[in-house]
Design a protein around this ligand. Structure first.
Ligand code: KG4
Ligand code: ZN
Length: 340
C-alpha cells in the first residue's frame, strides 16, 4: 500500500506553494512567485489574494504531477491521507485562500485537515536537511516578516527566546535598499553588490536587552547617513554603491550573530540552524559558519528552496502534526497574528 501522503498549501504572503510529502519525505515542492508586487515596491494584500486564487490550482496540479514522477506510479487526490495549510501568521486574505481550499478538499475527500504555524514551519524546514539537526536545537529565523531565536525541544515543542521589537531583518534589508534606490525586494541586490564592496562605513547598531532585536533605529541611521553624505556629494550613492551595500549587510549580520552567539552561550546547545528567506544571504551564511567554528557549534542551513516561503516546510510540519493527531475541524479560520 501507499505511504502516508500529505498535500500541503502555503499562501501566507506573496508566494503560492504546494508540496507533497510521503512519510516525511518531500516528493515535490512547487512555488509560484507573484511578480506583480515589484511595480508597487512591496506586497499589495488585495493583489496577493487574487493571485493566490489564480495560482493555487495550477500549483497543486503541478505538485501532484511532480510527485507522481518521483513516486513512479499514479497519484491522485484520492491517495491523500491529509491536507495541510498555513493557518497563521500572514496576510489574512492570502491565508483565507489556502485555508478555504484545504477545507474543501478535506471535506470532499473525508481526510484530516491540518493547520500549520508558518514560523514553526520555517524552523522545521531544517528537518529536511541531510543530516538533519538532532533535538534540541536553536534556530535563527530571519525573513521579511520575522526575526526570532527559537529553542526547538522536539518537532512540536518550541519556545521563542528572542525576537524583534520592531522591523524584521528582511525588512531592514528591503527598506535600506529602497533608501539607496534599489527595487523591491532589495535584500538579494544588497547581497549581490556587497560582494564587490568593503564595509567601510560605520552605522548605528541598536543596543537591545536580552535576546531581542531592533532594526528600526538602524534603518533611520542609514537614512541620516545617506542624507549627510548626499549633501556633500550628490553622487555619493552611485559612486559608493558596493561599499554602502557591504556596510549595511555587515551591520545587519553583526546584530544577528551577536544575539545568536549569546543564545548559544546561554543555552549551551550545540546544534544551531538558520531559517527564513534572509538565510539566502551569502554574508550571513559565511558569518554563521565562521561563528560555528569559532564557538564550536554545529551549523545547519536548509536548501534554498526551503528557506524562502514554501509548502515543503508546511508539509514536514504537518507530517509531525499528523503523527501527533493534531487536526483541525472544518470551522477553523486563519489568523493574521498568532501565538504559538
Ligand atoms: O522567508 P521569506 O521568503 O518571506 C517571508 O516570510 O517574509 O523572506 C523574504 C525576505 C525579503 O525581505 C528578502 O529581501 C530577503 O528575505 N532576502 C534576502 C536575500 N534573499 C532574500 N536578504 C538578504 N540577502 C539575500 N540574499
Ligand atoms: Zn516566511
Amino acid at each position: 500500500s501507499m505511504a502516508n501522503i500529505i498535500l500541503a498549501i502555503e499562501s501566507s504572503c506573496d508566494d503560492t506553494s504546494a508540496a507533497i510529502c510521503a512519510d516525511g519525505k518531500i516528493l515535490s515542492n512547487v512555488i509560484a512567485s507573484q511578480a506583480i508586487h515589484e511595480a508597487y515596491g512591496g506586497v499589495v494584500p488585495e493583489l496577493a489574494s487574487r493571485a493566490h486564487m489564480q495560482n493555487l490550482l495550477p500549483t497543486v496540479n503541478a505538485a501532484l504531477k511532480k510527485a507522481e514522477t518521483e513516486l513512479g506510479k499514479p497519484l491522485s487526490f484520492t491517495d491523500l491521507n491529509a491536507v495541510a495549510f498555513t493557518q497563521s501568521p500572514g496576510l489574512i486574505g492570502s491565508l483565507m485562500v489556502g485555508c478555504s481550499y484545504a477545507k474543501s478538499l478535506a471535506l470532499t475527500l473525508n481526510i484530516p485537515l491540518i493547520g500549520v504555524h508558518h514560523m514553526q514551519a520555517h524552523v522545521l524546514a531544517n528537518l529536511l536537511s541531510d543530516p538533519a539537526p538532532e533535538f534540541p536545537f536553536l534556530c535563527l529565523t530571519v525573513s521579511g516578516g520575522h526575526t526570532q531565536i527559537v529553542l526547538c525541544h522536539s518537532p512540536l515543542n518550541m519556545e521563542i527566546l528572542g525576537e524583534t521589537i520592531d522591523d524584521a531583518a528582511g525588512e531592514a534589508f528591503d527598506k535600506t535598499a529602497k533608501l539607496i534606490g534599489l527595487p523591491y525586494p532589495g535584500g538579494p541586490l544588497i547581497d549581490k553588490y556587497a560582494q564587490s564592496g568593503t564595509p567601510k562605513f560605520a552605522l548605528a547598531e541598536p543596543q537591545i536587552p536580552e535576546l531581542n532585536f531592533s532594526f528600526s533605529g538602524f534603518k533611520t541611521s542609514v537614512m541620516y547617513f545617506l542624507q549627510k553624505q548626499n549633501k556633500e556629494n550628490p553622487n555619493f550613492i552611485g559612486e559608493n554603491l558596493n561599499d554602502i551595500c557591504a556596510s549595511i549587510q555587515h551591520h545587519i549580520i553583526n546584530i544577528l550573530m551577536k544575539k545568536l552567539v549569546k543564545a548559544v552561550k546561554q543555552t549551551c546547545i550545540k546544534n544551531v540552524c538558520l531559517a527564513g528567506g534572509v538565510s539566502a544571504n551569502s554574508g550571513l551564511r559565511n558569518a554563521f559558519k565562521a561563528a560555528g567554528e569559532k564557538h564550536r557549534f554545529n551549523t545547519f542551513i536548509p536548501e534554498f528552496q526551503y528557506c524562502t516561503d514554501n509548502a515543503g516546510m508546511i508539509a514536514i510540519t504537518a507530517y509531525h502534526q499528523f503523527l501527533a493527531e493534531k487536526f483541525e475541524n472544518l470551522s477553523v479560520s486563519p489568523s493574521a497574528r498568532a501565538e504559538w
